[in-house]
Design a protein around this ligand. Structure first.
Ligand SMILES: Cc1ncc(COP(=O)(O)O)c(C=O)c1O
Length: 404
């Protein structure tokens, strides 16, 4: 009996999320490229869903990880020991934000950050209702999953949390649903999985106003939009609103797993009493990961990567002209390319893969593909990657023309 291939072992022994995994066997990843076990090179246009904004294995991130490895790994659950990488990161981050957002509670993932935000909102306000926007994804833990508006999907996992209401993103009239019973409104400043829906002018300010009027906490989920993706360090800075809580994750760790709930110190301190230890985590704010996060943030602050995002967005939009493209929606390098017909989508994604470019689907939009390239692409490299996408669009177009 021959030995089983890595792919077969993957299918046999690794828990799966769908019956149709991409099965790209990774050998290594560097900069904007991912290399397969067969030695094929792919342009990464997803960044592992908005994670690898500095590309893969950024030298500053690797250096910071190695330096911390030589000092210490885990010593004690989060919040007990004073660990230099956490402290330095929290200080640097708070310097980039409105003075009211001066503290961070470190966690391991975006979903955990959303959980903590929901708990803190209930405790701080004494209210229990939470409002989220339709077609948003905030995570897969039970609290975060409760925020999902698609009940057909969540019915398999009932009962989820009660007292969750939904509003339509960009609907000013729906803001009336926020009232004195609402503990928090949790929204993304740019809706990601709905297929990149930027806020209409004035929407986020109207939302902020309504939350202030009703003493409801505004929680902005910047887990996808954060760390330069939209052309500012955080999207709320681009759209000129200040949340009461800011949820961050994904690109924060430069490829390492970390999330953070950012708020005022006094709000976060609600976790410390009545009851004390109101939220605890063993690994949140792991020193090696915080060192990586600090190197990531420093790299974004030192260079021009964030400033260059808007020019790169404009370049991609100008390059991506094709008869089967209906529109390109974007906020910086967070982009959705909507096709004229749904039937084209899988052919574009599959053929781009064949030609060496990785693009992806959205959870709640079946006509658009996702573009979220690492911010480090040069214009020349973006041009090469867009040429591949144009060839994939031609392929999908020709496939159906032949059938006529
Ligand atoms: C906007 C948003 N919030 C929360 C999450 C959950 O983050 P994680 O997968 O790290 O738990 C995601 C993940 O895709 C996300 O896109």
């Amino acid at each position: 009996m021959g030995t089983l291939s890595k792919r077969q072992l993957f299918l046999n022994h690794v828990g799966q999320t769908s019956t149709y995994p991409l099965m790209l066997e990774i050998e290594k990843a560097e900069g904007i490229y991912i290399y397969s076990a067969e030695g094929k090179r792919y342009f990464d246009l997803n960044s592992g869903i908005s994670v690898s904004s500095l590309g893969h294995r950024h030298p500053k991130v690797i250096e910071a990880i190695k330096a911390q490895l030589d000092k210490h790994l885990h010593t004690m659950v989060y919040g007990e020991h004073v660990q230099a990488p956490q402290v330095a990161y929290a200080h640097l981050l708070s310097e980039q934000l409105d003075p009211s957002l001066d503290a961070v509670y470190f966690l391991n993932s975006g979903s955990e950050v959303i959980e903590a935000a929901m708990k803190l909102a209930k405790k701080a306000t004494g209210r229990y209702e939470i409002i989220a926007a339709r077609s948003a994804y905030h995570g897969s833990t039970q609290g975060a999953e409760s925020l999902r508006s698609d009940h057909e999907y969540s019915s398999a996992f009932m009962p989820l949390l009660p007292h969750i209401k939904h509003i339509t993103f960009n609907s000013i009239s729906d803001l009336e649903n926020i009232c004195c019973r609402t503990a928090a409104v949790i929204v993304e400043p740019v809706q990601a999985e709905a297929g990149v829906i930027p806020p209409d002018p004035g929407y986020l300010t109207a939302l902020r106003r309504r939350c202030t009027e009703t003493k409801t906490l505004l929680v902005l989920d910047e887990i996808q939009t954060g760390f330069g993706r939209t052309g500012r360090l955080f999207a709320h800075q681009k759209y000129d609103v200040v949340p009461d809580m800011l949820c961050i994750g994904k690109a924060m760790g430069g490829g390492m797993p970390i999330g953070g709930l950012v708020a005022s110190k006094s709000l976060l301190d609600q976790f410390t009493q009545a009851p004390d230890l109101g939220h605890i985590t063993t690994f949140g704010g792991h020193p090696v990961v915080c060192a990586a996060a600090k190197a990531t943030l420093e790299t974004l602050l030192e260079g021009n990567l964030v400033e260059e995002v808007l020019a790169k967005e404009a370049f991609i939009k100008q390059k991506l002209q094709h008869p089967i493209i209906k529109e390109v929606r974007s906020s910086g390098l967070m982009m959705a390319v909507e096709l004229t017909k749904r039937k084209y989508l899988k052919h574009v994604v599959n053929h781009a893969f064949e030609l060496g470019a990785l693009i992806d689907y959205f959870l709640f939009n079946n006509r658009s593909f996702r573009l979220a390239p690492p911010l480090i692409y040069s214009m020349e490299e973006l041009g090469q990657a867009m040429d591949i996408l144009l060839a994939a669009l031609d392929f999908a177009d020709a496939k159906y023309k032949k059938k006529l």
